[in-house]
Design a protein around this ligand. Structure first.
Ligand SMILES: Nc1nc2c(ncn2[C@@H]2O[C@H](COP(=O)(O)OP(=O)(O)OP(=O)(O)O)[C@@H](O)[C@H]2O)c(=O)[nH]1
Ligand SMILES: [Mg+2]
Length: 304
């Protein structure tokens, strides 16, 4: 933020809530100016509550990215829904992100209902204003009808991707944030540990190169991480786990071309995040029907 604050410091924990693919993770990355959370065109990309921290002269905003909120009977999706709901217990503010390129409807209604009792601390960002499909007026009407206690001056049209309107959203959040000293060291922009982040970067590069049901059927397991060459190299052995033999073949690709492409893209992304040289051994393995297994779901999808 360009403006300088000379007054009191504010600190707030802000849950980012919205239906799948609304642009929550994109907002987080733009606000933090770092690739904190993975983004893809496929819904249900985010599976965990991921923190991204913004520090300005006004204070500290600790954003929690959440899984897209929606109804589904599938075990994985029920778990994602639980994660999102559980973030609302102990927060100072909510940032409600709405995709203005899609019609509101059942899914948006469900999300708005979740925020019914939190209107006093909610800021709304109507996202994807850069798209020719953007229709902010019906969205404003929807907010007026479903969340009437949110004042007009807390509703913004933004493009999380093109970085427009973000500062106005941050300013509105600081306005309603409580006074307080920063909770995290100002050098930190996320709370993710090395293993989790490596898993997420690999998963992000994989799902952006796979289609249909496969992105939802993938998780990443890091078997080993070692600091080698006096800390100059990060050696990683990881598995891309899928549910079935047929998916394994697709992820490996003809002449192993797909897995090679994913591996190289992950190395490139990890090299942008970490100063060490990245050495990645990436293989594919089957964890049969893992999305039905409570144990695996619990292990993979936690609220940190
Ligand atoms: N045109 C446009 N596209 C955007 C914008 N913000 C996000 N997107 C796109 O929308 C898609 C979903 O973005 P994400 O940030 O992954 O959405 P999300 O809400 O985190 O999705 P889930 O984690 O699945 O709930 C991606 O293809 C983004 O590139 C925006 O401001 N404008
Ligand atoms: Mg996301």
């Amino acid at each position: 933020m360009a403006e300088e604050n000379k007054g009191i410091l504010k600190t707030a924990v802000v849950a980012i809530i919205g239906r799948p693919s609304a642009g929550k993770s994109t907002f987080l990355n733009t606000a933090c100016q770092e690739p904190v959370s993975i983004v893809s065109a496929i819904p249900q990309t985010t599976r965990n509550a991921i923190k991204g921290i913004v520090n300005t002269s006004f204070g500290q905003l600790i954003f929690i990215d959440t899984p897209g909120y929606h109804d589904s009977e599938k075990k994985l999706n029920l778990r994602l829904k639980d994660i999102t709901e559980s973030q609302l217990d102990d927060i100072d503010c909510v940032l409600y992100i709405i995709d203005s390129t899609r019609q509101t409807g059942k899914e948006e209604d469900l999300t708005a209902q979740l925020l019914k009792n939190l209107q006093q601390k909610t800021v709304v960002a109507i996202n994807k204003a850069d798209s020719h499909l953007s229709k902010p007026i019906p969205v404003r009407q929807f907010i007026k009808e479903t969340l009437p206690e949110i004042p007009k001056d807390r509703i913004f049209e933004i493009s999380a991707e093109k970085d427009t309107g973000i500062n106005e959203v941050l300013r509105a959040l600081y306005d309603i944030a409580p006074e307080g000293e920063p909770l995290y060291d100002e050098e930190l922009y996320t709370d993710q540990d090395l293993t989790f982040r490596v898993c997420e970067v690999i998963r992000g590069e994989a799902i952006n190169r796979l289609q249909d049901e496969i992105p939802h059927s993938v998780y990443v397991e890091v078997a080993d991480i070692e600091h080698r060459n006096e800390g100059k190299k990060l050696w990683i052995r990881a598995f891309l786990c899928v549910e079935r033999e047929s998916q394994k073949g697709i992820v490996i690709g003809k002449g192993a071309s797909k897995i090679k492409e994913i591996r190289l893209a992950a190395i490139k992304k990890l090299s942008e995040i970490y100063i060490q040289k990245i050495d990645l051994d990436l293989q594919v393995k089957i964890d049969k029907n893992w999305r039905q297994k409570d144990y695996t779901l619990k292990k993979l999808i936690s609220d940190n």
